[in-house]
Design a protein around this ligand. Structure first.
Ligand code: ARG
Length: 461
Protein backbone atom coordinates (compact mmCIF):
# COMPACT_ATOMS: atom_id res chain seq x y z
CA UNK A 1 0.00 0.00 0.00
CA UNK A 2 1.28 3.47 -0.79
CA UNK A 3 2.11 5.40 2.34
CA UNK A 4 2.35 8.79 0.68
CA UNK A 5 0.16 11.31 2.36
CA UNK A 6 -2.95 12.38 0.47
CA UNK A 7 -2.07 15.98 1.28
CA UNK A 8 1.62 15.83 0.31
CA UNK A 9 1.20 17.89 -2.90
CA UNK A 10 2.10 21.31 -1.53
CA UNK A 11 4.93 20.09 0.71
CA UNK A 12 8.60 20.05 -0.25
CA UNK A 13 10.07 18.47 2.85
CA UNK A 14 9.01 15.29 4.60
CA UNK A 15 7.27 15.42 7.96
CA UNK A 16 9.61 15.26 10.93
CA UNK A 17 9.55 11.66 12.17
CA UNK A 18 8.62 12.60 15.71
CA UNK A 19 5.93 15.03 14.56
CA UNK A 20 4.48 12.30 12.39
CA UNK A 21 4.03 10.03 15.40
CA UNK A 22 3.02 12.91 17.64
CA UNK A 23 0.20 14.10 15.40
CA UNK A 24 -1.07 10.68 14.38
CA UNK A 25 -4.30 9.37 15.86
CA UNK A 26 -4.55 5.99 14.17
CA UNK A 27 -3.46 4.10 17.29
CA UNK A 28 -6.72 5.05 18.95
CA UNK A 29 -9.13 6.23 16.25
CA UNK A 30 -8.88 2.92 14.35
CA UNK A 31 -11.52 1.88 16.82
CA UNK A 32 -13.93 3.87 14.60
CA UNK A 33 -13.18 1.81 11.47
CA UNK A 34 -16.63 0.27 11.17
CA UNK A 35 -18.31 3.66 11.32
CA UNK A 36 -15.79 5.20 8.96
CA UNK A 37 -16.59 2.52 6.41
CA UNK A 38 -20.33 2.78 7.00
CA UNK A 39 -20.15 6.57 6.46
CA UNK A 40 -18.01 6.18 3.34
CA UNK A 41 -20.34 3.64 1.79
CA UNK A 42 -23.31 5.94 2.39
CA UNK A 43 -21.39 8.91 0.99
CA UNK A 44 -20.37 6.97 -2.12
CA UNK A 45 -23.92 5.69 -2.60
CA UNK A 46 -25.19 9.25 -2.47
CA UNK A 47 -22.51 10.42 -4.94
CA UNK A 48 -23.60 7.62 -7.29
CA UNK A 49 -27.25 8.49 -7.02
CA UNK A 50 -26.55 12.17 -7.67
CA UNK A 51 -24.50 11.33 -10.76
CA UNK A 52 -21.27 12.61 -9.22
CA UNK A 53 -19.77 9.10 -9.44
CA UNK A 54 -20.68 6.44 -11.99
CA UNK A 55 -22.58 3.42 -10.76
CA UNK A 56 -19.50 1.25 -11.46
CA UNK A 57 -17.30 3.49 -9.36
CA UNK A 58 -19.80 3.49 -6.57
CA UNK A 59 -20.15 -0.32 -6.64
CA UNK A 60 -16.45 -0.87 -6.66
CA UNK A 61 -15.96 1.56 -3.74
CA UNK A 62 -18.65 -0.22 -1.76
CA UNK A 63 -17.31 -3.71 -2.32
CA UNK A 64 -13.74 -2.53 -1.79
CA UNK A 65 -14.66 -1.00 1.56
CA UNK A 66 -16.46 -4.15 2.56
CA UNK A 67 -13.37 -6.22 1.80
CA UNK A 68 -11.28 -3.82 3.85
CA UNK A 69 -13.67 -4.19 6.75
CA UNK A 70 -13.26 -7.97 6.57
CA UNK A 71 -9.49 -7.60 6.51
CA UNK A 72 -9.56 -5.36 9.54
CA UNK A 73 -11.82 -7.75 11.40
CA UNK A 74 -9.70 -10.77 10.60
CA UNK A 75 -6.60 -8.92 11.75
CA UNK A 76 -4.96 -8.87 8.30
CA UNK A 77 -5.04 -5.13 7.87
CA UNK A 78 -1.86 -3.27 8.64
CA UNK A 79 -2.32 0.18 10.10
CA UNK A 80 0.27 2.81 9.34
CA UNK A 81 1.17 5.80 11.48
CA UNK A 82 2.46 7.52 8.37
CA UNK A 83 -1.13 7.65 7.18
CA UNK A 84 -2.05 9.53 10.32
CA UNK A 85 -5.55 8.42 11.11
CA UNK A 86 -8.23 5.81 10.49
CA UNK A 87 -9.68 7.83 7.61
CA UNK A 88 -6.51 8.06 5.54
CA UNK A 89 -5.52 4.48 6.32
CA UNK A 90 -8.79 3.16 4.97
CA UNK A 91 -8.85 5.49 1.98
CA UNK A 92 -5.31 4.53 0.98
CA UNK A 93 -6.12 0.86 1.36
CA UNK A 94 -9.19 1.37 -0.82
CA UNK A 95 -7.18 2.94 -3.61
CA UNK A 96 -4.63 0.13 -3.36
CA UNK A 97 -7.50 -2.33 -3.57
CA UNK A 98 -9.63 -0.91 -6.41
CA UNK A 99 -7.42 1.68 -8.15
CA UNK A 100 -8.55 5.11 -9.32
CA UNK A 101 -12.18 4.82 -8.21
CA UNK A 102 -10.83 4.80 -4.63
CA UNK A 103 -9.39 8.26 -5.21
CA UNK A 104 -12.85 9.56 -6.06
CA UNK A 105 -14.42 8.63 -2.72
CA UNK A 106 -13.32 11.84 -1.06
CA UNK A 107 -15.25 13.98 -3.58
CA UNK A 108 -17.40 16.55 -1.77
CA UNK A 109 -16.13 15.44 1.61
CA UNK A 110 -13.40 16.33 4.07
CA UNK A 111 -11.95 14.52 7.02
CA UNK A 112 -13.54 17.26 9.08
CA UNK A 113 -17.11 16.23 8.37
CA UNK A 114 -16.02 12.60 8.10
CA UNK A 115 -14.57 12.36 11.60
CA UNK A 116 -17.50 14.19 13.18
CA UNK A 117 -19.84 11.73 11.43
CA UNK A 118 -17.84 8.71 12.56
CA UNK A 119 -17.90 9.75 16.21
CA UNK A 120 -21.62 10.40 16.12
CA UNK A 121 -22.36 7.03 14.50
CA UNK A 122 -20.17 5.30 17.07
CA UNK A 123 -21.58 7.16 20.05
CA UNK A 124 -25.14 6.51 18.93
CA UNK A 125 -24.49 2.76 19.11
CA UNK A 126 -22.71 3.04 22.44
CA UNK A 127 -25.64 4.98 23.90
CA UNK A 128 -27.93 2.07 23.00
CA UNK A 129 -25.61 -0.34 24.82
CA UNK A 130 -25.21 1.91 27.85
CA UNK A 131 -28.94 2.44 28.17
CA UNK A 132 -29.44 -1.32 28.04
CA UNK A 133 -26.79 -1.78 30.74
CA UNK A 134 -28.57 0.76 32.96
CA UNK A 135 -31.83 -1.04 32.39
CA UNK A 136 -30.32 -4.36 33.41
CA UNK A 137 -29.12 -2.84 36.66
CA UNK A 138 -32.54 -1.28 37.20
CA UNK A 139 -34.20 -4.68 36.84
CA UNK A 140 -31.82 -6.07 39.45
CA UNK A 141 -32.80 -3.27 41.82
CA UNK A 142 -36.51 -3.85 41.20
CA UNK A 143 -36.13 -7.52 42.08
CA UNK A 144 -34.40 -6.70 45.37
CA UNK A 145 -36.91 -3.93 46.12
CA UNK A 146 -39.71 -6.43 45.65
CA UNK A 147 -38.05 -9.02 47.85
CA UNK A 148 -37.21 -6.47 50.55
CA UNK A 149 -40.32 -4.29 50.38
CA UNK A 150 -41.07 -5.02 54.06
CA UNK A 151 -37.48 -5.05 55.32
CA UNK A 152 -36.92 -2.27 57.81
CA UNK A 153 -33.67 -0.43 58.36
CA UNK A 154 -32.79 3.00 59.68
CA UNK A 155 -32.91 5.80 57.13
CA UNK A 156 -30.21 8.39 57.64
CA UNK A 157 -29.69 12.08 57.32
CA UNK A 158 -26.19 13.32 58.15
CA UNK A 159 -25.46 9.58 58.48
CA UNK A 160 -27.32 9.76 61.79
CA UNK A 161 -30.39 7.61 62.35
CA UNK A 162 -33.38 9.61 61.16
CA UNK A 163 -36.50 7.53 60.56
CA UNK A 164 -37.22 3.88 59.77
CA UNK A 165 -37.46 3.12 56.07
CA UNK A 166 -37.84 -0.02 54.03
CA UNK A 167 -34.91 -1.45 52.13
CA UNK A 168 -37.15 -1.74 49.08
CA UNK A 169 -37.69 2.00 49.29
CA UNK A 170 -33.95 2.59 49.41
CA UNK A 171 -33.43 0.40 46.32
CA UNK A 172 -36.15 2.35 44.54
CA UNK A 173 -34.29 5.58 45.29
CA UNK A 174 -31.35 4.11 43.40
CA UNK A 175 -33.74 3.10 40.64
CA UNK A 176 -34.90 6.70 40.27
CA UNK A 177 -31.35 8.00 39.97
CA UNK A 178 -30.66 5.53 37.20
CA UNK A 179 -33.96 6.25 35.49
CA UNK A 180 -32.96 9.89 35.12
CA UNK A 181 -29.64 8.73 33.69
CA UNK A 182 -31.36 6.53 31.16
CA UNK A 183 -33.68 9.33 30.09
CA UNK A 184 -30.84 11.83 29.96
CA UNK A 185 -28.99 9.60 27.51
CA UNK A 186 -32.06 9.30 25.30
CA UNK A 187 -32.33 13.06 25.26
CA UNK A 188 -28.62 13.49 24.57
CA UNK A 189 -28.95 11.09 21.65
CA UNK A 190 -31.35 13.47 19.92
CA UNK A 191 -28.43 15.84 19.48
CA UNK A 192 -25.89 13.11 18.73
CA UNK A 193 -28.04 11.85 15.88
CA UNK A 194 -27.51 14.82 13.52
CA UNK A 195 -25.36 14.36 10.42
CA UNK A 196 -22.27 16.49 9.71
CA UNK A 197 -21.51 14.89 6.30
CA UNK A 198 -21.82 17.34 3.46
CA UNK A 199 -20.34 20.19 5.48
CA UNK A 200 -17.04 19.10 3.88
CA UNK A 201 -14.09 21.11 5.23
CA UNK A 202 -16.26 23.89 6.64
CA UNK A 203 -18.25 25.69 3.97
CA UNK A 204 -20.15 22.92 2.21
CA UNK A 205 -19.31 21.64 -1.23
CA UNK A 206 -19.73 22.69 -4.87
CA UNK A 207 -21.10 19.27 -5.92
CA UNK A 208 -24.83 18.72 -6.24
CA UNK A 209 -25.02 16.43 -3.20
CA UNK A 210 -28.15 15.17 -1.49
CA UNK A 211 -27.53 15.38 2.25
CA UNK A 212 -30.97 14.23 3.23
CA UNK A 213 -30.42 11.03 1.26
CA UNK A 214 -27.11 10.32 3.02
CA UNK A 215 -28.74 11.09 6.37
CA UNK A 216 -31.53 8.62 5.58
CA UNK A 217 -29.04 5.94 4.60
CA UNK A 218 -27.20 6.37 7.88
CA UNK A 219 -30.31 6.64 10.03
CA UNK A 220 -29.57 10.20 11.11
CA UNK A 221 -32.46 12.39 12.13
CA UNK A 222 -31.38 15.10 9.68
CA UNK A 223 -28.29 16.81 8.23
CA UNK A 224 -26.78 19.57 10.36
CA UNK A 225 -28.18 23.00 9.52
CA UNK A 226 -24.91 24.89 9.38
CA UNK A 227 -21.74 23.59 7.79
CA UNK A 228 -19.37 25.50 10.11
CA UNK A 229 -21.17 24.25 13.19
CA UNK A 230 -21.38 20.72 11.79
CA UNK A 231 -17.61 20.28 11.65
CA UNK A 232 -16.82 22.30 14.77
CA UNK A 233 -19.50 21.13 17.19
CA UNK A 234 -18.55 18.70 19.94
CA UNK A 235 -21.38 19.70 22.31
CA UNK A 236 -22.85 16.24 21.88
CA UNK A 237 -19.62 14.68 23.19
CA UNK A 238 -19.61 17.01 26.18
CA UNK A 239 -23.27 16.36 26.87
CA UNK A 240 -22.70 12.65 26.70
CA UNK A 241 -19.73 12.89 29.04
CA UNK A 242 -21.77 15.02 31.44
CA UNK A 243 -24.48 12.36 31.41
CA UNK A 244 -21.76 9.75 31.98
CA UNK A 245 -20.34 11.80 34.86
CA UNK A 246 -23.76 11.80 36.48
CA UNK A 247 -24.02 8.04 36.04
CA UNK A 248 -20.62 7.60 37.68
CA UNK A 249 -21.57 9.98 40.47
CA UNK A 250 -24.66 7.88 41.10
CA UNK A 251 -22.74 4.60 40.99
CA UNK A 252 -20.18 6.15 43.31
CA UNK A 253 -22.83 7.13 45.86
CA UNK A 254 -24.34 3.65 45.69
CA UNK A 255 -20.86 2.19 46.09
CA UNK A 256 -20.28 4.31 49.16
CA UNK A 257 -23.43 2.92 50.73
CA UNK A 258 -22.51 -0.65 49.83
CA UNK A 259 -19.11 -0.13 51.42
CA UNK A 260 -20.60 1.29 54.60
CA UNK A 261 -23.30 -1.36 54.76
CA UNK A 262 -20.84 -4.20 54.35
CA UNK A 263 -18.57 -3.00 57.17
CA UNK A 264 -18.60 -5.06 60.38
CA UNK A 265 -20.05 -2.03 62.19
CA UNK A 266 -23.16 -1.97 59.99
CA UNK A 267 -23.31 -5.50 58.55
CA UNK A 268 -26.53 -4.72 56.69
CA UNK A 269 -25.43 -6.56 53.57
CA UNK A 270 -22.83 -9.00 52.43
CA UNK A 271 -21.39 -8.78 48.95
CA UNK A 272 -20.74 -12.06 47.22
CA UNK A 273 -17.16 -13.35 47.46
CA UNK A 274 -16.87 -13.06 43.69
CA UNK A 275 -16.96 -9.27 43.96
CA UNK A 276 -14.52 -8.90 46.84
CA UNK A 277 -10.86 -9.56 47.42
CA UNK A 278 -8.77 -10.44 50.43
CA UNK A 279 -5.77 -8.85 52.04
CA UNK A 280 -2.26 -10.20 51.59
CA UNK A 281 -1.51 -9.59 55.27
CA UNK A 282 -4.80 -9.62 57.23
CA UNK A 283 -6.41 -13.05 56.92
CA UNK A 284 -9.83 -11.92 58.13
CA UNK A 285 -10.35 -9.27 55.43
CA UNK A 286 -12.97 -9.33 52.72
CA UNK A 287 -12.71 -6.02 50.96
CA UNK A 288 -15.45 -4.45 48.84
CA UNK A 289 -12.99 -3.69 46.03
CA UNK A 290 -15.53 -3.46 43.24
CA UNK A 291 -17.58 -0.62 44.74
CA UNK A 292 -14.38 1.07 45.87
CA UNK A 293 -12.93 0.94 42.39
CA UNK A 294 -16.12 2.31 40.88
CA UNK A 295 -16.13 5.13 43.41
CA UNK A 296 -12.55 5.80 42.37
CA UNK A 297 -13.30 5.67 38.67
CA UNK A 298 -15.88 8.42 38.98
CA UNK A 299 -12.93 10.82 39.29
CA UNK A 300 -11.51 10.04 35.88
CA UNK A 301 -14.89 10.46 34.19
CA UNK A 302 -15.37 13.87 35.83
CA UNK A 303 -11.87 14.61 34.55
CA UNK A 304 -12.85 13.68 31.00
CA UNK A 305 -15.78 16.09 31.20
CA UNK A 306 -13.42 18.89 32.24
CA UNK A 307 -10.97 17.86 29.51
CA UNK A 308 -13.63 18.13 26.80
CA UNK A 309 -14.98 21.44 28.04
CA UNK A 310 -11.48 22.85 28.14
CA UNK A 311 -10.71 21.37 24.73
CA UNK A 312 -13.50 23.38 23.18
CA UNK A 313 -13.40 26.67 25.05
CA UNK A 314 -10.72 28.42 22.99
CA UNK A 315 -11.45 27.10 19.53
CA UNK A 316 -12.43 29.52 16.81
CA UNK A 317 -14.76 28.12 14.15
CA UNK A 318 -14.52 25.81 12.42
CA UNK A 319 -12.48 22.58 12.68
CA UNK A 320 -9.16 22.67 14.50
CA UNK A 321 -6.74 19.84 15.11
CA UNK A 322 -7.46 20.27 18.82
CA UNK A 323 -10.53 18.17 18.14
CA UNK A 324 -8.44 15.08 17.67
CA UNK A 325 -8.14 15.16 21.47
CA UNK A 326 -11.86 14.46 21.85
CA UNK A 327 -11.54 10.74 21.20
CA UNK A 328 -9.48 9.31 24.00
CA UNK A 329 -11.57 10.87 26.79
CA UNK A 330 -14.73 9.74 25.02
CA UNK A 331 -13.48 6.20 24.45
CA UNK A 332 -12.30 5.91 28.04
CA UNK A 333 -15.60 7.27 29.31
CA UNK A 334 -17.59 4.73 27.32
CA UNK A 335 -15.36 1.82 28.34
CA UNK A 336 -15.47 2.65 32.02
CA UNK A 337 -19.17 3.42 32.11
CA UNK A 338 -19.97 0.13 30.42
CA UNK A 339 -17.60 -1.79 32.70
CA UNK A 340 -18.91 -0.15 35.85
CA UNK A 341 -22.55 -0.70 34.93
CA UNK A 342 -21.92 -4.31 34.00
CA UNK A 343 -20.13 -5.19 37.22
CA UNK A 344 -22.73 -3.34 39.27
CA UNK A 345 -25.57 -5.15 37.56
CA UNK A 346 -23.88 -8.50 38.27
CA UNK A 347 -23.00 -7.61 41.85
CA UNK A 348 -26.41 -6.36 43.01
CA UNK A 349 -28.46 -9.56 42.61
CA UNK A 350 -25.69 -11.50 44.37
CA UNK A 351 -25.78 -9.27 47.47
CA UNK A 352 -27.14 -10.78 50.70
CA UNK A 353 -29.32 -8.67 52.97
CA UNK A 354 -29.02 -9.18 56.75
CA UNK A 355 -32.57 -8.30 57.72
CA UNK A 356 -31.97 -8.87 61.43
CA UNK A 357 -29.06 -6.46 61.55
CA UNK A 358 -30.99 -3.84 59.60
CA UNK A 359 -33.89 -4.17 61.94
CA UNK A 360 -31.93 -4.04 65.14
CA UNK A 361 -30.05 -0.96 63.89
CA UNK A 362 -33.43 0.69 63.35
CA UNK A 363 -34.33 0.12 66.99
CA UNK A 364 -31.33 2.21 68.06
CA UNK A 365 -31.11 5.95 67.59
CA UNK A 366 -34.75 6.87 68.32
CA UNK A 367 -35.88 6.38 64.75
CA UNK A 368 -39.55 6.72 65.75
CA UNK A 369 -39.19 10.04 67.59
CA UNK A 370 -40.87 11.91 64.72
CA UNK A 371 -43.75 9.44 64.85
CA UNK A 372 -44.31 10.34 68.50
CA UNK A 373 -44.28 14.05 67.66
CA UNK A 374 -46.78 13.43 64.82
CA UNK A 375 -48.95 11.48 67.27
CA UNK A 376 -49.08 14.51 69.59
CA UNK A 377 -49.90 16.80 66.66
CA UNK A 378 -52.83 14.54 65.76
CA UNK A 379 -54.04 15.10 69.33
CA UNK A 380 -53.97 18.86 68.98
CA UNK A 381 -50.44 19.75 70.12
CA UNK A 382 -48.73 22.34 67.90
CA UNK A 383 -45.79 20.68 66.08
CA UNK A 384 -43.11 22.85 67.73
CA UNK A 385 -44.40 21.93 71.23
CA UNK A 386 -44.61 18.28 70.26
CA UNK A 387 -41.02 18.44 69.00
CA UNK A 388 -39.92 19.90 72.32
CA UNK A 389 -41.78 17.29 74.40
CA UNK A 390 -40.35 14.39 72.40
CA UNK A 391 -36.89 15.94 72.58
CA UNK A 392 -37.14 15.83 76.37
CA UNK A 393 -38.31 12.22 76.23
CA UNK A 394 -35.29 11.35 74.06
CA UNK A 395 -32.97 13.07 76.53
CA UNK A 396 -34.38 10.85 79.30
CA UNK A 397 -33.88 7.75 77.14
CA UNK A 398 -30.27 8.76 76.45
CA UNK A 399 -29.71 9.12 80.20
CA UNK A 400 -31.42 5.79 80.94
CA UNK A 401 -29.89 4.07 77.91
CA UNK A 402 -33.23 2.84 76.58
CA UNK A 403 -35.55 3.36 73.61
CA UNK A 404 -38.69 5.54 73.63
CA UNK A 405 -40.82 2.41 73.36
CA UNK A 406 -39.16 1.12 76.58
CA UNK A 407 -40.64 4.02 78.60
CA UNK A 408 -43.78 3.28 80.56
CA UNK A 409 -47.06 5.04 79.79
CA UNK A 410 -46.67 7.02 83.02
CA UNK A 411 -43.19 8.13 82.08
CA UNK A 412 -44.40 9.18 78.62
CA UNK A 413 -47.36 11.05 80.06
CA UNK A 414 -44.85 13.03 82.08
CA UNK A 415 -43.93 14.73 78.80
CA UNK A 416 -47.49 15.21 77.55
CA UNK A 417 -50.86 14.31 78.99
CA UNK A 418 -52.14 13.81 75.43
CA UNK A 419 -50.35 10.46 75.35
CA UNK A 420 -52.60 7.39 75.71
CA UNK A 421 -52.01 3.64 75.64
CA UNK A 422 -52.34 3.51 71.81
CA UNK A 423 -49.03 5.39 71.57
CA UNK A 424 -47.08 2.13 71.54
CA UNK A 425 -48.44 1.25 68.09
CA UNK A 426 -46.96 4.37 66.55
CA UNK A 427 -43.65 3.65 68.24
CA UNK A 428 -43.23 0.34 66.42
CA UNK A 429 -41.04 0.21 63.34
CA UNK A 430 -43.84 -1.34 61.27
CA UNK A 431 -46.27 1.33 62.39
CA UNK A 432 -43.79 4.00 61.47
CA UNK A 433 -43.16 2.85 57.90
CA UNK A 434 -46.77 1.87 57.26
CA UNK A 435 -47.91 5.34 58.28
CA UNK A 436 -45.99 6.90 55.39
CA UNK A 437 -48.48 5.62 52.91
CA UNK A 438 -48.66 8.16 50.10
CA UNK A 439 -47.06 8.45 46.67
CA UNK A 440 -43.32 8.39 47.16
CA UNK A 441 -43.54 7.25 50.81
CA UNK A 442 -41.65 4.36 52.38
CA UNK A 443 -44.70 2.21 53.28
CA UNK A 444 -44.36 -1.30 51.81
CA UNK A 445 -47.60 -0.81 49.91
CA UNK A 446 -46.21 2.31 48.25
CA UNK A 447 -42.93 0.58 47.49
CA UNK A 448 -44.86 -2.18 45.71
CA UNK A 449 -46.82 0.42 43.81
CA UNK A 450 -43.60 2.21 42.81
CA UNK A 451 -42.09 -1.07 41.61
CA UNK A 452 -45.11 -1.81 39.48
CA UNK A 453 -45.01 1.67 37.95
CA UNK A 454 -41.28 1.33 37.31
CA UNK A 455 -41.67 -2.01 35.59
CA UNK A 456 -44.29 -0.49 33.31
CA UNK A 457 -42.04 2.47 32.56
CA UNK A 458 -39.20 0.15 31.52
CA UNK A 459 -41.49 -2.01 29.42
CA UNK A 460 -42.88 1.03 27.63
CA UNK A 461 -39.58 2.19 26.18
N1 ARG B 1 -7.65 12.71 13.00
C1 ARG B 1 -8.41 13.90 12.85
C2 ARG B 1 -9.29 14.10 14.07
O1 ARG B 1 -9.40 13.22 14.82
C3 ARG B 1 -9.25 13.79 11.63
C4 ARG B 1 -9.61 15.10 11.02
C5 ARG B 1 -8.40 15.76 10.51
N2 ARG B 1 -8.69 16.91 9.73
C6 ARG B 1 -7.75 17.78 9.42
N3 ARG B 1 -8.11 18.77 8.70
N4 ARG B 1 -6.52 17.63 9.79
O2 ARG B 1 -9.88 15.14 14.30
Amino acid sequence: MSESKPWSGRFNEPTDAFVEAFTASVDFDRRLYRYDIQGSIAHATMLGRCGILTQDECDSITSGLERIRERIESGEFSWSTKLEDVHMNIESALTAEIGDAGKRLHTGRSRNDQVATDIRLWLRDEIVLIRAAIEKLQHGLLDIAEREADTILPGFTHLQTAQPITFGHHMMAWFEMLERDRQRLADCNRRVNIMPLGAAALAGTTYPIDRQYTADLLGFERPGDNSLDSVADRDFAIEFTAAAALIMMHLSRMSEELIIWSSAQFAFIELSDSFCTGSSIMPQKKNPDVPELIRGKSGRIFGHLMALLTLMKGQPLAYNKDNQEDKEPLFDTVDNIKGSLKVFADMIPAMRCNRDNMRSAATRGFATATDLADYLVRRGTPFRDAHEAVGRAVALCVAEDCDISDLSLEQLRGFSDKIEADVFEVLTLEGSVQARNHIGGTAPEQVRYAIEKARRRLADD
